[in-house]
Design a protein around this ligand. Structure first.
Ligand code: HEC
Ligand code: HEC
Length: 381
């Protein structure tokens, strides 16, 4: 039986960290055996219960994949052409095998339960991939690392694959920690029981404040968790702990969010409103100290007026290489605190953008949030 052995081989060559780190290698050596066992056991169960497999619809599968509510694409490629995870397109995988793997992955993939991806949707996905031609050359990974990257970062990005969704410095997990000042127990719960833990945490956040972690997109009723549940059997606690220690060393991120909106143009110029908030859980999450808000003033624009505490004027001295910036400084933003600033310019600024950053708690990466009239926010998932 083909259990994707060519993929295993290819990936063990591609991933330099595997032969260097015996624990990781061990997990991946055992994994194919576990998979074999599961496929065999699944076959027996199916024969006993005799439940008909749902009939897959390729168009439905294409929609499920494209909506991206499970973010599988980050690992398997936008068209299932393969990336960190193996090729799915044109493989002719049966519904049973597809489902067995999604519900009970034997390797590095998190498990997706029925509430996040139904049997029917799995059947649709299998039908969609089976309608596509075989892939000649698998796609490239979303994020790669240089050889000298720290061990824990390699675990996160190229061995386990958290970083294929979360980027090389795991921003979302770090501001999730900032929302509740989460510790190691919090982190374990969030990774091993993600679909429960994340809903609990979202329930604690103030619904009136724009969240820092992007919520699932898509039409109502499809708002699922995009990250599955990891099993401690496949991702052992010591390995997860190493990832946690590295994240803690980079520093938890205060979940600051910023939004720019344009007011109606009046005779007194063009007014833009900036709303900055700490989206953490009240009395629990991290506070940001020494918060600096900057807005890039277009070269040809005059600042006619501003509002909001802590305005320091327009700086021309290299704060931003893009030109002059208007600057506000706020001593402290505790969870659920919000502050509003306005600026009135002599000309329209269609692409007005800027940054929000903080001084304390000091972090080694990502203490800056981009704000923009269009787009903005944090990178990665
Ligand atoms: C973290 C990256 C990652 C994510 C996210 C992910 N996968 Fe995977 N997937 C893998 C890897 C890696 C494998 C190969 C075995 C392993 O290590 O688990 C795999 C294997 C599979 C297989 C088995 C293929 C075979 O050869 O039998 C299927 C089916 C699959 N994934 C479907 C999905 C679906 C559907 C989703 C989303 C619901 C998903 N995967 C999300 C990484 C991922
Ligand atoms: C399929 C992409 C994907 C992979 C792979 C993934 N995550 Fe996530 N993770 C997400 C998304 C998206 C969220 C936001 C909630 C959701 O939709 O599930 C999230 C949320 C989290 C959170 C909670 C953040 C918060 O706001 O409270 C933590 C912690 C986390 N991930 C850690 C990890 C770790 C550690 C790994 C690897 C072991 C990992 N993730 C792998 C996509 C992923």
């Amino acid at each position: 039986m083909d259990i994707g052995s060519s993929w295993w081989l290819r990936n063990r060559v591609v991933c330099p960290s595997l032969h260097r780190f015996p624990t990781a290698a061990l997990v991946f050596l055992i994994a194919p055996l576990v998979l074999l066992f599961q496929v065999a056991a699944g076959g027996v169960a199916a024969a006993q219960t005799n439940v008909a497999a749902p009939v897959g619809d390729p168009a439905g599968g294409k929609a499920v994949w494209a909506l991206g509510n499970t973010a599988c694409r980050n690992c398997h490629g936008p068209e299932g052409e393969g990336a960190f995870g193996p090729v799915l397109a044109g493989r002719k995988l049966s519904f049973e095998r597809f489902k067995d793997y999604v519900r009970n992955p034997a390797g590095r993939m998190p498990a997706y339960i029925e509430s996040e991806l139904t049997d029917q949707e799995i059947a649709d996905l299998a039908a969609y991939f089976n309608s596509l031609p075989p892939v000649q050359k698998p796609g490239s990974w979303r994020f790669e690392l240089t050889d000298g990257a720290p061990h824990a970062q390699q675990l996160s990005v190229t061995v386990i694959g958290c970083g294929q969704c979360h980027g090389p410095t795991l921003e979302t997990p770090r501001h999730g920690a900032g929302e509740v000042n989460g510790d190691w127990e919090w982190f374990k719960h969030m990774v091993y029981e993600h679909t429960t833990a994340q809903r609990e945490q979202w329930g604690q956040l103030d619904p009136a404040i724009t969240p820092a972690t992007p919520r699932p997109a898509g039409p109502p009723g499809r708002n699922r968790m995009r990250m599955g549940n990891y099993s401690p059997l496949r991702l052992p606690e010591p390995m997860l702990k190493e990832i946690w220690m590295w994240m803690t060393d980079l520093g938890p991120l205060v979940p600051l969010t910023g939004r720019i909106t344009a007011g109606a143009a009046g005779s007194a110029g063009f007014t833009y409103t900036v709303n900055v908030a700490n989206a953490g859980v009240k009395n629990t999450g991290l506070a940001a100290e020494d918060v600096t808000i900057t807005l890039e003033v277009p070269e040809n624009a005059q600042v006619l007026s501003v509002t909001g505490a802590g305005y320091e004027g327009v700086r021309h001295n290299g704060e931003s290489k893009k030109g002059p910036v208007a600057v506000w400084r706020v001593p402290r933003l505790a969870p659920t605190d919000q502050q509003t600033f306005t600026i009135t310019l002599s000309t329209v600024a269609k692409n007005l953008r800027g940054t929000v950053r903080w001084g304390k708690p000091a972090v080694k990466a990502d203490n800056e949030v981009t704000i923009a009239l269009t787009g903005g926010g944090r990178g990665g998932v």
